[in-house]
Design a protein around this ligand. Structure first.
Ligand SMILES: [Zn+2]
Length: 420
């Protein structure tokens, strides 16, 4: 690897005169930028390894000294230690603008590499293996039972192959994993099949992704069936949709129950429609529960013709619903529905879990005089609800559902509900 001083002009560094490049020649201009790119690659790897190590250390401290994150009067219980670790993960996520899942992954990968592939970990700290390849080793180790002999083989081989391109490196690691794995493929498949799942991910322009992680035979059967129907439809003389569009439509018809409405379970999805958009006087976007903004035209059609969608009008509803009975602990159904639309997801930093899977939390506890009203309720999914209730994380609710979160170590973050 080329060693080169940190002379990155756009970032305020200046080349020392003795290493200045001849900028009048295109080949040396290219050389100088190549050297900078290579130098930066080493820095990125070093910095990433250092960050992973620091994250792992914070979590280890939270485990050893839970009192930093949880108020303790006695020896900590296992549950208090777990809550302290969750509170620390949230603290790191907020300070680093990272997903909590990423924080956990980085800590786990640092621990795996440090303990099971120490030689590789040390060259990673030196910036001599790319982040992609180092992570690939961690992922491979994670899927192999700990064994000093096979770990040592993997460590040595990874070191030897460290400079391979990421795709080639990954192939070699997969092959090596097959050779080192002590369990049969049958066993491993049985376990992997327990991880089958169905997921969604919201996209722009009123679109979203749905995905399935299935056993290969189920995936193949489903594909053949959908593809077969799509190809059959494509043969119709007036069909203008592409095969990709047809497959998507066929699968959507099956999954939404449109293809067989008699047996489909009834689904209800809220749509928040601005009054003027409903009347066709404005094109202000509507809000689909669990998703976010959709165009006014789609919203008008959904709420007029599709029985699965119920309509909540913005203006009249927001003014009346917020005035519901505040003397009860349990929020009434219409307030719950409105809050599910206002929040959309868990209100903790960075959390995307749908409001449907969340608890309604009183920002200021009911027992301390907090009211059951839109201005004091917010969605938190169970794990974040526990972190808020039982660690030293604090929340304050302001007007219009805005929350201020303060971590046990003093970092703060303001969370707005999704805009309507
Ligand atoms: Zn959450």
């Amino acid at each position: 690897m080329t060693s080169y001083p940190p002379a990155i002009d756009d970032f305020g560094y200046v080349d020392p005169p003795e290493t200045a490049w001849d900028e009048s020649r295109p080949d040396t201009r290219v050389d100088s930028q190549l050297a900078r790119a290579e130098f930066a690659a080493g820095q990125i790897a070093r910095a990433t390894a250092a960050q992973m190590a620091a994250i792992a250390r914070v979590l280890a401290e939270a485990r050893r000294h839970p009192e930093v994150y949880v108020a303790l009067t006695d020896e900590p219980t296992k549950r208090q230690i777990d809550i302290a670790v969750d509170a620390a993960i949230a603290d790191l996520a907020m300070r680093l603008t990272m997903a909590e899942g990423t924080v956990m992954t980085m800590a786990r990968q640092a621990d795996l590499l440090r303990t099971r592939a120490p030689r590789l970990w040390s060259i990673f700290l030196e910036g001599e293996i790319s982040v992609a390849n180092a992570r690939c080793v961690a992922v491979t180790l994670e899927s192999l039972p700990e064994n000093s002999e096979s770990d040592g083989t993997l460590d040595g081989k990874a070191l030897e192959l460290a400079s391979l391109a990421p795709a080639r490196f990954k192939d070699r690691m997969r092959t090596l994993r097959e050779r080192l794995h002590p369990r049969s493929l049958t066993d491993r498949h049985t376990e992997a099949a327990c991880g089958r799942r169905f997921w969604r991910d919201n996209d722009r322009d009123g679109m979203a992704w749905l995905g399935l992680h299935l056993t290969a035979p189920d995936a193949e059967t489903a594909w053949q069936r959908i593809d077969g129907i799509a190809r059959h439809l494509a043969d119709a003389p007036d069909e203008t949709r592409t095969l990709d569009q047809l497959r998507a439509d066929v699968a959507a018809d099956m999954l939404t129950g449109r293809s067989d409405p008699a047996t489909a379970p009834r689904v209800t999805v809220g749509v928040l429609v601005p009054m003027l958009s409903l009347l066709g006087l404005s094109d202000e976007p509507a809000t689909l529960e669990g998703y976010g903004p959709i165009d006014a035209d789609t919203a008008r059609k959904l709420t007029a013709h599709a029985p699965s969608f119920y309509r909540i009008l913005t203006h009249p509803v927001s003014s009346t619903i917020l005035d519901v009975d505040r003397t009860r602990y349990r929020p009434p159904a219409d307030l719950k529905r409105w809050l599910a639309l206002r929040d959309g997801t868990c209100r903790f930093y960075g959390c995307g879990r749908s409001a449907r899977t969340c608890d309604l939390d009183h920002s200021k506890a009911w027992s301390k005089g907090g009211t059951t009203s839109a201005g004091n309720l917010g969605h938190l999914h169970p794990r974040h609800h526990t972190v808020k209730e039982e660690s030293r994380w604090r929340v304050e609710q302001h007007e219009h559902g805005r929350l201020t979160w303060t971590s046990p170590t003093g970092a703060t973050w303001n969370s707005d509900p999704p805009p309507f």
